[in-house]
Every structure is written in C-alpha cells, then in structure tokens.
Design a protein around this ligand. Structure first.
Ligand SMILES: Cc1cc2nc3c(=O)[nH]c(=O)nc-3n(C[C@H](O)[C@H](O)[C@H](O)COP(=O)(O)OP(=O)(O)OC[C@H]3O[C@@H](n4cnc5c(N)ncnc54)[C@H](O)[C@@H]3O)c2cc1C
Length: 499
C-alpha cells in the first residue's frame, strides 16, 4: 500500500510549462455525489475523461458528471516526469512477444502501438493543439553501441522479417543502417556500430494532458481537484453507490476509474503482487536549436541504455534519460524503489557529461548546462509502474463492480494509453447506461490487444507468482551488466568509488 510522495523532485516539463491548471480546483469543496470518479490526473486519467466527453458529445444523451481527484498537482506523476518519446516498440520486442503469443500475437501488439502515431496526429489536429503540445512525427533510432547490442537488435528485426515477409505491414516501417559511418551520421551517436530506424513521435506530455483537461473542463462536465489523495474506495453498496474517501471528505459515485499507475494497489489490493515501482531519472540540457535531428536510444546491452529527444524552439532543451551505465551498480536504487523525492547520486553530472562524450559534433558547453538548476527541474526522478508480466491491466476490475482500471504500463505508456483509455470508455458508459457514439478519431484503430485485458484468470495466475524471485533475478541480471567494460569507464563508476 503506497501513495505518491508529496515532495517529488522538480521536473523540467512541469516547471517550464507554467500551466494555470497546475494546482487547479474546480470548486472549493468536493461535490457530494457524481457519476464517475477518476483517480489520477496523468495521461490515463486525462484521456479517459477526454474520451468520456467525446463518446457522449454528439448523441443527445446526458454526458456523465466526472470528478477527477489527484493526490499531487495536476499531472504530477509519471506523465509529468517522463521522456517525451511516443516511440512504439516497432520491432525490438518481437522475439519476446512472438515466443509468448505467436507471430500473429506479436504483430497485433506492434500494430496497436504503431496506431498511436496517426491517432495522436489526428486528435491533436482536430483539437488544434499540435503546436501547443510540441508534437512532431518523425523517425527514431535504436543505436547499437556494442556488438552484443547490434546482434540483439538485428536479430529482432530479422525474426520479424522472417515471420512476416519483406513487405509485411510492420516490417515495411523499419529499416537497418548497417554501415557504421552512415549509422553514426544518422543517429549523431559517437561510436555507433549500426542502427534500426522506424517511425515515432515526440510530445510534451504534461502540456498534452493539461490541454486535454482544459478541453474537457470547457465542455462543462468535469470537476478537477488537485492535491486530493484518495485514501480508500468502497465496494458498490446495495443502492449502487461506491464511497470514495479523500483527505477532504467523502464522495459517492456510481463508477470509479483507477488511473493510478504504480499506485493502483493502494486502492485495489488485488494488484499488490502485480504492479511495482521502478525509479527513472532524466535531465534537461540546453542545446542549440534543432541540434538533435531524430529522437533515439543508445543500447549497450538489454539493460544499459540512454534515450533522448530535443524539444522545439523556444525551449530547445534536450531531454535525456537512462544513465544506466552508472545506476546499474546499485539496482536496488531503482528497481522497486519509490524515492521520487531524491536524486540519484552522480546522475546530474553524468547527464552533463553526456552531450560532449556521446553526440557527434556537440556544439554546446562541456559539461553541458542544464535547462534549469538541478533543484528547479534541471534533473529529476520519476516512478514507472512495472507490471509483473510486462503488460498493463486494462478493463473492468474483476469482482469489483463499478471499478475500472488502466495501470501498469511498465515505463512505456505513451504508445499504449490513448487507445487503452478508448477501450475502457464504452465499458464505463455501458455500465452507467449512457448511450454513446464512438468518435471518428478511434474508429480506424484496434483498441486493446489480448495481453492487456485485466481478466480474473490473468490476475489470479499472476498473484501466485513469487514476485521476490522475479525481483532477485532482475537484480542479478543488472549486476551482470555492471561488470561489463562500458559500465566501468570514468563516468560510469559509482561516485563512492571515485571519492
Ligand atoms: C522517468 C520516466 C520516463 C519515462 N519515459 C517514457 C517515454 O519516454 N515514453 C513512454 O512511452 N513512456 C515513458 N514513461 C512511462 C509513462 O510516463 C507512463 O506510462 C505514463 O505516463 C503513465 O500514465 P498514467 O496516467 O497511467 O500514470 P501517472 O502519470 O503516474 O498518473 C497517475 C496519477 O495518479 C495519482 N495518484 C495515484 N494514487 C492516487 C490516489 N490514491 N489518490 C489520488 N491520486 C493518486 C498520481 O499522483 C499520478 O498523478 C516514463 C516514465 C518515467 C517515470
């Protein structure tokens, strides 16, 4: 049982956005009664509210009254602290997914992620917020920094090509750059041996969520409440009401959406053994305008990577995350770790050294200047929700009538959540007996792949797994990476060793 800490490190995305909705409360007091309480104001909560609005906007029925309760400031969780990459797993998970779900199952999962690119483009264009939320489509890369990484990336690509053919609809989107000189030129990553390239997007996630919430607030059926942690949610009583207990009083509601990510198990103990914390870190680095041509990631092995994106003018900062060469020496500092109120030792300096050591032709300072001081949002930590079977839990919560969930996106929510939220929306409206019409924006897309469904069978099976054993295995694998040479150069040794 754990709630979000109330003094997390400051994130550049939140501080630089200066949003008027940051501490917003629609009303001084909470309403006594509503149709739907959405717990959590991140990407999941906001897109669920948005779809509830869109599905009911044009069909003459009364839209549901929504109350969104957020423990922190609005969008103060993972969505306000992430990497900004809308980067589908276009091929890289193919071996793992095809061995679990077969070639067609893996294909369905990839198609779902890729569908988020046009779905984002069309939604943002329809709402006229593309520029406001700094959205761009383009190409991204996985850069192999070692032979080990190159073999792994190429094998994933080749496996997919072998199963689906040269012209398969997902493989057509991906390409290999095998010549190291061409790979270095494309990726701008020094010493890159080769790269796999595919379509992706980038966005300012916090601005996106605040824009969507503004749209739903303007439509008039959302009551939004910052700094209101939910302590407990009851089962549905005989009259059909669920009681939501908050630090500011109780609310009764007909339905509850748990959009609480890593913290889902606080209100739904069934998820105790299913969703865990993972602590990540990022920094914002000042850079010349348009310096980074493509979003991307560097890979040394399956554990050690960095990823980055550059925000457009007037901000221009590079957001870089990972720092695994350094962190991997102490896996317990990030695996199942909730210390979002603390920086990692030595990580701000690691990120400041990164542009000059890793980017071809870096024209900025060395060490690089942060976009803000460390304590003001220049470097921050954030909590990902790590699902025990690597897939999120989406749907009506089994055995808890009136409760719906979308959580456990495992550090990779951007190309998964928009359409997952569109999947639970009709379930909620059917439950409330409100008629609806799916908007044209979702019509072309597959909403939810099989492994995402929060079925009773899946939950029961996973509850029986030995989560400690899974954790210890991961710690062991990460410590194996820590022994490799790329984790033992001057910048990667733990600071305690350097004293
Ligand atoms: C460091 C980091 C980097 C990442 N980088 C990327 C990336 O580049 N690309 C990508 O695809 N994904 C990335 N992710 C993952 C992505 O950010 C998440 O999958 C996504 O933001 C999850 O959205 P969410 O709304 O489910 O969760 P959150 O944004 O965490 O929202 C949940 C909200 O619920 C609130 N809450 C929880 N419990 C309660 C309660 N009891 N009462 C009231 N409120 C409550 C929390 O305060 C929080 O605001 C990253 C995550 C992190 C932490």
């Amino acid at each position: 049982m754990v709630l979000p800490v109330n003094n997390p490190t400051k994130s550049y995305w939140i501080e630089a956005a200066e949003s008027p909705l940051r501490d917003f409360r629609s009303t001084v007091d909470l309403p006594k009664e509503t149709d739907v309480v959405i717990v959590g104001s991140g990407y999941t909560g906001a897109t669920t509210a948005y779809w509830l609005h869109k599905y009911t906007a044009n069909n003459g029925s009364t839209p549901p009254h929504m109350l969104m309760l957020e423990a922190r400031d609005i969008c103060g969780g993972a969505t306000g602290r992430n990497g900004g990459q809308l980067r589908p797993h276009a091929y890289s998970r193919y071996p793992a997914w095809s061995s679990r779900f077969g070639a067609d199952g893996a294909h369905t999962l990839i198609k779902h992620e890729m569908a988020h690119l046009p779905a984002f483009r069309d939604l943002l264009s329809e709402e006229g917020i593309t520029e406001e939320v700094c959205f761009k489509l383009g190409e991204t890369f996985d850069a192999a920094m070692t032979e080990e990484a190159w073999t792994r990336l190429k094998t994933a690509y080749e496996d997919m090509k072998n199963d689906h053919g040269e012209n398969g609809d997902v493989i057509r989107d991906c390409r290999l750059i095998e010549d190291p000189i061409a790979a270095e030129e494309f990726t701008q990553m020094k010493g890159c041996l080769g790269a796999v390239v595919h379509p992706a997007g980038q966005v300012w996630p916090y601005k996106l969520i605040h824009a969507l919430l503004r749209i739903v607030l303007n439509a008039g059926n959302l009551n939004l409440q910052a700094h209101t942690p939910v302590m407990n949610v009851s089962e549905r009583d005989a009259s059909g009401w669920i009681t939501v207990k908050t630090s500011r009083g109780d609310v009764r509601t007909k339905a509850v959406v748990h959009a609480t990510n890593r913290w889902a198990s606080h209100l739904l103990p069934d998820f105790d053994n299913l969703i865990f914390a993972g602590r990540g870190s990022l920094a914002a680095i000042k850079a010349p305008e348009g310096f980074i041509k493509h979003t991307g990631a560097q890979h040394w092995d399956s554990v050690v990577n960095n990823y980055h994106v550059q925000i457009p003018a007037p901000y221009n900062t590079i957001i870089v995350g990972g720092a695994r060469q350094l962190l991997v020496h102490d896996p317990r500092s990030y695996l199942r770790n909730d210390s979002e109120d603390k920086q990692f030792d030595g990580v701000p300096e690691f990120y400041q050294s990164w542009p000059a050591s890793d980017i071809v032709g870096w024209k900025g300072e060395d060490p690089a200047e942060l976009g803000k001081r460390v304590s003001e949002g220049g470097c921050w930590t954030g909590i990902t929700s790590s699902s025990i079977d690597a897939f999120p839990f989406v749907g009506a919560v089994p055995d808890h009538t009136g409760h719906f969930v979308a959580a456990g996106f495992s550090g990779h929510g951007m190309p998964r959540i928009l359409l997952s939220a569109a999947h639970i929306t009709p379930l909620i409206l059917q439950f409330l007996k409100i008629t609806f019409t799916p908007p044209a924006l979702v019509a072309p897309y597959p909403l939810l792949p099989g492994p995402f469904h929060a079925t009773a069978e899946r939950i029961k099976k996973l509850q029986k797994l030995d989560a400690t054993e899974v954790f210890e295995k991961t710690v062991k694998a990460d410590l194996e990476s820590a022994r490799k040479s790329f984790c033992n150069d001057a910048r990667s040794r733990p600071r305690s060793d350097q004293a």
